[in-house]
Design a protein around this ligand. Structure first.
Ligand code: 5GP
Ligand code: ZN
Length: 111
């Protein structure tokens, strides 16, 4: 999608601090971290929000969730972590390309 911030980050048009990538997802540091460790897990496929995901995205969403613990381990979050998925304006979503936040590395609660 042309006008999407996260599509531009995935394409390298906008710089980011990559922490992990594979065929399906791109993971990078949040620009305004709300925890000592705060990264965003973004599928390469542009999906506006969880509300817009369909059954054809089932394997992609499963892949994201099952890869998150591996990313957390890579980031040293051995004690655990929080995963956040904001959906649409009422859920606090600001960037309309579906993404999971991974937060950790300090005492809870985080935003
Ligand atoms: P949302 O509120 O949509 O769930 O989360 C969007 C997140 O994207 C926010 O935590 C915000 O700090 C982060 N963000 C916004 N713009 C940029 C950017 O240009 N680069 C990076 N790395 N993160 C961004
Ligand atoms: Zn996008």
């Amino acid at each position: 999608m042309n006008d999407c911030l996260f599509c531009k980050i995935i394409d390298g048009e906008i710089p980011s601090k990559k922490v992990y990538e594979d065929e399906h997802i791109y993971v990078f540091e949040d620009i305004a971290p709300k925890a000592p460790v705060h990264v965003l897990v973004v599928p390469r496929k542009h999906i506006r929000s969880l509300k817009e995901a369909s059954s054809e995205d089932k394997e992609l969403l499963a892949h994201i969730q099952l890869t998150i613990p591996k990313i957390a381990q890579q980031l040293g979050l051995d004690a655990g972590f929080r995963t956040v998925l904001n959906t649409e304006k009422g859920g606090g979503q600001e960037v309309f390309h579906i993404h999971y936040h991974i937060l950790g590395g300090g005492p809870m609660p985080f935003a």
